[in-house]
Write a protein that binds this ligand. Structure first.
Ligand code: TPP
Ligand code: SF4
Length: 276
């Protein structure tokens, strides 16, 4: 009988890289699983895909896939990916990046790729900290959260990454937690299909570096915490305006799907027009 998990393992994973570096309860592996299922559902040939990442726990993902990948420098995944895409626009370029990688050191690349609407699919694994280097505060750490550099609680207003890239011009934006596998796979599929800058933010647990510090017990309680800390967009939109303004939960769901001219296409047409 056909078994999807075996199918993914046999056709997509680089088994020589296992066991993975991921801790027990880490959400990065789930995102890898959902992403590969989305690629499989879209019947995308892996020979035409390049997976690009920066540095961090989440940025180790391309190494576990049996396909071409670029494990680049911290914060520069989107810059490298833009180079790959513009040199061969037929390639499908998928980026795996962390909140620190994408929005801290790499924040400028993020907003400009969104502004240009380069045809990239960014899967941003937001665990609310710079984990690989010890769990330091990141641009998405929630207010009052304890991290290794905010032992008395974070006092900085975090970025809402989806609002940030929507403001910068991203044409497809979605945010989910691990508790929504089917919605996540659908979002990644839509991101892959969108000819433009697609941003899928995944809120994932890092038991070792984040949830433990907030005294959230491992396992079921962690998943419950993500459920309680988020609200579906469909429910949020039903709230009266005054209630919405007071809402502190993170809004999840499809947040933008608004195609517009893509960078490589526009550039290609310009080259054709002025070619001597
Ligand atoms: C230029 C540069 N600065 C800093 C580092 C150190 N560094 C490596 S990973 C990392 C944090 C990664 O955080 P994030 O992108 O959120 O990924 P996570 O590990 O949380 O998945 C940092 C600061 C580096 N490798 N290169
Ligand atoms: S430290 Fe956190 S993000 Fe890194 S592998 Fe472990 S659980 Fe995952």
């Amino acid at each position: 009988m056909f078994n999807k998990a075996n199918h993914i393992r046999e056709n997509y994973l680089e088994m020589t890289m296992y066991p993975s570096i991921f801790c027990s309860g880490c959400g990065v592996g789930n995102v890898l699983n959902y992403s590969l299922r989305a690629i499989d559902a879209e019947h995308i040939d892996l020979d035409g895909v390049v997976f690009v990442s920066g540095i961090g726990c989440s940025s180790r993902m391309p190494g576990y896939i049996d396909a071409d990948g670029l494990h680049t420098t911290h914060g520069r995944a989107i810059a490298f990916a833009t180079g790959v895409k513009t040199s061969d626009p037929d390639l499908n370029v998928v980026i795996f990046t962390g909140d620190g990688d994408a929005a801290g050191i790499g924040g400028n690349h993020l907003i400009h790729a969104a502004r240009r609407n380069v045809d990239l699919t960014v899967v941003c694994i937001n665990n609310f900290i710079h984990r690989m280097t010890g769990g330091q505060v990141s641009p998405t750490t929630p207010l009052t959260s304890k991290t290794s550099t905010t032992p008395y609680g974070n006092i900085e207003q975090p970025f809402d990454l989806c609002s940030l890239v929507i403001g910068a011009g991203a044409s497809y934006v979605s945010r989910w937690t691990l508790g929504y596998p089917y919605e996540t796979i659908k979002a990644i599929r839509e991101g892959l299909r969108n000819k433009g800058f697609s941003f899928i933010e995944m809120l994932v647990p890092c038991p070792t570096g984040y949830t433990k510090k907030q005294k959230i017990p491992d396992g079921r309680e962690t998943w419950d915490w993500y459920k309680e800390s988020t609200i579906l967009r469909s429910q949020y939109m039903k709230l009266p305006k005054a209630e919405r303004a007071k809402e502190t939960r993170i809004v999840i769901g499809k947040l933008r799907d608004s195609p517009r001219p893509e960078f490589c296409d526009t550039y290609g047409k310009l080259v054709e027009k002025y070619r001597l």
